[in-house]
Design a binder for this molecule. Structure first.
Ligand code: PEP
Length: 253
């Protein structure tokens, strides 16, 4: 059985104070919702709030993710954060390959691959984001683009390691735009993603969580999450307040 995982990506939002307030409310909400022990709940905060986020969510099933990492343990890399530093404060997941990092910071598939391997070696789980641009979809290149992202991003990774990777399919044209892929479009691409994962990792692909991301909100979550190959969501905007995020968690149950 694949695990449904609902994850929030706060991007460059929320101070420490705000993080503690929202996560305290979310923790209380989650405690009141039946069945949340059967799913995964993750929040990706900015680096500066990670430590307080881990402390605030102690004794709950909310886990904390970083939104990036530099793939070295330590050294002369001014401004960067290492996997050792994340592990040390109790971070369990790292969002990698997000389209904003691919676009604004020119992260390549091979650099993302290096980060994924490094995160796995510290026994944290990558949330590996993939997704096509609008132009790719309009020119029929979606499958080609995501196949390349998966093959290069997960190159050299064993089936055993793949069990600890969450894949997030995020069509770039649907991120932060209010445009959601229809459940049918999303499911079709998720099926293709699972096919590529199967070619690489065999039966393990059936156990891998593949989330959908792109303007998921309380009003469309249920329909998207009811698709056979959609095993959760990576949520930006609607994860910024506890009420909306809790409603999406309810839709997943
Ligand atoms: C994201 O950035 O991962 C995302 C899915 O954002 P939004 O939900 O705001 O589209």
């Amino acid at each position: 059985m694949r695990k449904t995982i609902i994850a929030g990506n706060w991007k460059m939002n929320k101070t420490n104070k705000e993080t503690i307030i929202i996560l305290t409310e979310l923790k209380e909400n989650v405690q009141k919702i039946d069945g949340t022990d059967k799913i995964g709940i993750i929040i990706g905060t900015p680096f500066t709030a990670l430590s307080d986020a881990v402390k605030t969510t102690e004794n709950s099933n909310i886990k904390i993710a970083a939104q990036n990492v530099y793939p070295k343990e330590a050294g002369a890399y001014t401004g960067e954060i290492s996997p050792l530093m994340l592990k040390d404060i109790g971070v369990e997941y790292v969002i990698l390959g997000h389209s904003e990092r691919r676009d604004y910071f020119k992260e390549s598939n091979s650099f993302i691959n290096e980060k994924i391997k490094c995160v796995l070696s510290y026994e944290m789980s990558p949330i590996f984001c993939i997704g096509e641009q609008l132009e790719d979809r309009e020119t029929g290149k979606t499958n080609e683009v995501i196949t390349t992202q998966i093959k290069e991003g997960l190159s050299g990774i064993s089936s055993e390691e793949a069990k600890n990777i969450i894949v997030a399919y995020e069509p770039v044209w649907a991120i932060g735009t209010g445009k959601t892929a229809t459940p049918e479009i999303a499911e079709e691409t998720h099926k293709e993603i699972r096919k590529v994962l199967k070619e690489m990792f065999g039966e393990v692909a059936e156990e891998m969580t593949v989330q959908y991301g792109g303007s998921m909100k309380p009003t469309n979550a249920k329909e998207l999450l009811s698709q056979k190959n959609i095993d959760g969501g990576l949520i930006g905007g609607a994860s910024l307040n506890a009420k909306d995020f809790s409603d999406i968690i309810k839709a997943a149950l």
